[in-house]
Write a protein that binds this ligand. Structure first.
Ligand code: SF4
Length: 300
């Protein structure tokens, strides 16, 4: 059941992390307007199953008044709300409290702070740690997101072949991560990737929405455009079997997607997402409505 709507409030970010799967950065374009947020929240109510509204990006605190107003409207409509941030503004714990107090007053249910080496060089005293301390003092429900640089470990997990290399760190190999992080990592044969391991494309539980109207089932894989067809109708009519990209992904993963459209590819990939992302990139001009926006594929 679909329960979560995640606003990619803006693609803009003060940082340009190697692992970012939507190619955010200081020059990235695309930010919701207030009236677009209202429109989406009205549609979310019509869907009838949505419990959570998240504000993320990019970095949503770059558009602070807009983010606060969005949370306020969502709370007023009875939704639980969450925010994902890199906490760049936490120059001290006291200052972090200034930024976070309004969120606490609005009653948000989750604050997720990126606390890892991609977002900060300093391990002990950094923006994330200061924001987490301030949020704790304010009694905000907290989560921290920690993604490390990819590491190669020997397989110890039951799911993995004993002794086979496992990639640690938690980065997803989509978007800029494919451009920046895959070099030197162990790869597996393309025929192995016969399923999508992370997203339930048949019955999605959450959707990410961007300011251009794209309704992302996975980053850059769109259900359709909500500025052309209202979100509640898109969701009601969605059928993975009628979606030209999701259909093969659901039935046979990236392997079937490549076969279905006869996409030329390499022999080996780091994981299913690495393979899937590159096949989708090769198909982008053929399915512009479903593989969008181009900027999350690093294209103009
Ligand atoms: S990149 Fe492809 S394989 Fe990976 S989670 Fe997204 S849809 Fe699934």
């Amino acid at each position: 059941m679909l329960t979560g709507i995640h606003f990619l409030l803006t693609y803009m970010c003060n940082l340009k992390c190697d692992h970012c799967f939507v190619y955010s950065g200081p020059d990235a374009k695309g930010t919701f307007t207030l009236s677009q947020i209202r429109k989406v929240l009205d549609e979310a109510t019509k869907i009838g199953t949505i419990k959570w509204i998240y504000f993320e990006g990019g970095e949503p605190f770059l558009f602070y008044p807009l983010m606060l107003e969005g949370i306020k409207i969502a709370r007023g409509m009875g939704f639980k709300t969450g925010v994902v941030t890199n906490a760049y503004y936490a120059t001290s714990e006291e200052d972090a409290e200034l930024w976070l107090l309004p969120l606490s007053e609005l009653g948000i249910s989750d604050l997720s702070v990126s606390d890892d080496s991609f977002h900060s060089e300093e391990e002990k005293d950094n923006c994330a740690k200061r924001a987490l301390a301030a949020a704790k003092r304010l009694g905000l429900p907290l989560d921290s997101i920690c993604i490390g640089k990819p590491t190669v470990e020997m397989g110890i997990d039951k799911e993995q072949d004993k002794g086979a290399p496992v990639i640690g760190g938690g980065a997803m190999f989509r978007g800029r991560a494919v451009e920046k992080l895959v070099e030197g990592l162990p790869k597996r044969r393309w025929e192995e990737f016969t399923e999508c391991p992370y997203e339930d494309l048949k019955k999605p539980k959450r959707l990410h929405l961007d300011p251009y109207g794209n309704v992302h089932l996975c980053q850059g894989l769109s259900m359709g455009n909500m500025w052309e067809t209202p979100l509640s109708i898109l969701v009601e009519n969605y059928d993975a079997d009628s979606h030209p990209i999701c259909k093969p992904l659901v039935s046979g993963g990236p392997v079937l997607l490549a076969k279905e459209y006869s996409v030329r590819h390499d022999e080996e990939y780091v994981d299913a997402c690495h393979f899937c992302y590159l096949i989708r990139l090769a198909l982008i001009d053929r399915f512009p409505q479903y593989l969008a926006p181009r900027q999350v594929y690093g294209l103009e």
